[in-house]
Write a protein that binds this ligand. Structure first.
Ligand code: NAD
Length: 424
């Protein structure tokens, strides 16, 4: 199972606080109506629903679900549905705000949404998960729709969950509506290339960043924390490009080969759990040691908050590309800025996931399937165009890559509000 668009809790600030801090930092560089910035500090609305779940033993439980809508000035709300015991209304709002910024920086015609159910998916049988999903789809039906709000998988949910969700919604609507969710299996309207897309986009953005700094891929060393969906696809993309991927890890530890690993020979966590740390490599390291390796590019692609005020001074990489969501805390960010280590942020680097979700939605509403070659070509074009917009801001202002990215996002959202005249 992969963790689509998910974010671990920030140790020092919540997702809402992070999203607001980034908004406020970007706003200081732009001449944006203060009313628009004020409005973007808050969600447009948040729905809370009660989901009765009948357990396999016949007992009943009332579960709580949420769907937060942050901003839809640029298009329908878009964002994952998470099944996790830690889901809260505030977390959904914060992650919905992140989705608004991410869609805007990619120039995708979507706004930000996020939702979830407070439940531990490990406690659910497949039948219980299906009943829960169908009932959740029905409870959310008044506030979602292919032109209104399009959910996707996230922590604890997967393509099978999306297929049930789509089926339940379609039955109630009386017509097959594949465009109601993305991340479905390709047989019911999912897109080829969706699974590989976030890692692929990390690879593309790393390639562009290396090019910006004039680094020859053949002379570049890379370390990737978390050889899962995002990490393995990014590592293999860069390996194909000629870079030397010297270290990768899973939850149990890291492997290191100064001459470069064969990233197709190392099986990823999903392919064979435990096989990363168990691989026969010249050296084994801890995950902490991997983060401090003297490499050109460090790609944290496992979980959030791995780069903190405690270890940021020990990082020896010349550039960091965020594969995971929120891998650097704001303390770490400050230290990297002071040390002049470029950090290419998550909201662009791993945005291949939401970008191919957008392609999936286009395929669904047009009833026309794209080949994986077309998906990858269009992804390449979207990523390069987002990078170009960010690079322009970076080159014309004295800001970090993260600030440049949020400036691009906020500028587009603010222009949308101004053009539509929703404020004042
Ligand atoms: P995944 O489960 O496929 O892989 C995660 C990898 O990290 C595995 O190799 C696992 O062993 C390792 N790992 C887990 N805990 C670890 C720890 N404490 N220390 C070191 N390694 C650890 O997950 P994924 O889908 O690749 O997601 C990775 C990150 O990327 C998450 O932050 C996720 O939110 C983000 N992301 C994923 C997608 C997506 O669509 N898959 C999209 C955008 C962002």
């Amino acid at each position: 199972m992969t963790a689509d668009e998910s974010q671990s809790d920030h140790a020092e600030e919540s997702a809402v606080e992070t999203a607001r801090r980034q908004l406020e930092r970007a706003a200081t560089h732009l001449d944006v109506d203060e009313g628009i910035v004020d409005r973007l500090r808050y969600p447009k609305d948040v729905y809370r629903v009660t989901i009765p779940l009948e357990r396999d033993d016949g007992s009943r439980e009332m579960l709580t679900g949420y769907r937060a809508h942050h901003d839809n000035v640029r298009g329908p709300y878009k964002g994952g549905l998470r099944y996790h015991p830690g889901v809260t209304e505030e977390e959904c709002v914060g992650l919905a705000m992140w989705m608004t910024w991410k869609c805007a920086v990619m120039d995708i015609p979507f706004g930000g949404g996020k939702g979830g159910v407070v439940v531990d998916p490990k406690d659910l049988s497949d039948d219980e998960k299906e009943r829960l999903t169908r009932r959740f789809a029905e409870e959310l039906r008044p506030v979602i729709g292919p032109m209104k709000d399009i959910p996707a998988p996230d922590m604890g949910t997967d393509p099978a969950t999306m297929a049930w969700f789509m089926d339940a919604y379609s039955m109630q609507e009386g017509e097959t509506s594949p465009g109601i969710v993305t991340g479905k299996p390709p047989v019911v309207g999912g897109s080829y290339g969706r699974e590989e897309a976030p890692g692929r986009s990390v690879g593309i953005i790393t390639r562009e960043a290396m090019d910006y700094y004039g680094w020859d891929p053949a002379e570049t060393t890379v370390a990737v924390q978390g050889f899962g969906s995002v990490g393995a696809n990014a590592a293999r993309y860069l390996d194909d490009l000629g870079a030397s991927v010297v270290a990768v890890s899973d939850v149990d530890g890291a492997i290191y080969d100064p001459d470069g690993l064969d990233t197709t020979d190392v099986e990823d966590h999903d392919e064979r759990p435990g096989m990363v740390s168990g691989y026969d490599a010249p050296e084994s390291l801890t995950n902490e040691q991997l983060l401090e390796l003297d490499v050109d590019v460090l790609i944290p692609a496992a979980i959030g908050n791995v780069l903190t005020g405690m270890n940021a001074r020990e990082v020896s990489a010349d550039m960091i590309v965020e594969g995971a969501n929120g891998p650097a805390t704001s303390d770490a960010d400050r230290i990297f800025e002071e040390r002049e280590i470029p950090v290419i942020p998550d909201i662009v680097a791993n945005a291949g996931g939401v970008t191919v979700s957008y392609f999936e939605w286009l395929q669904d509403i047009n009833r026309r399937k794209w080949s994986v070659e077309r998906v990858n070509d269009e992804l390449e074009a979207e990523m390069c165009s987002a990078w170009e917009a960010i690079r322009k801001e970076y080159d014309t202002r004295d800001v970090t890559w993260r600030d440049a990215t949020y400036i691009v996002a906020l500028e587009r959202i603010a222009e949308g509000h101004e053009a539509r005249g929703l404020w004042p």
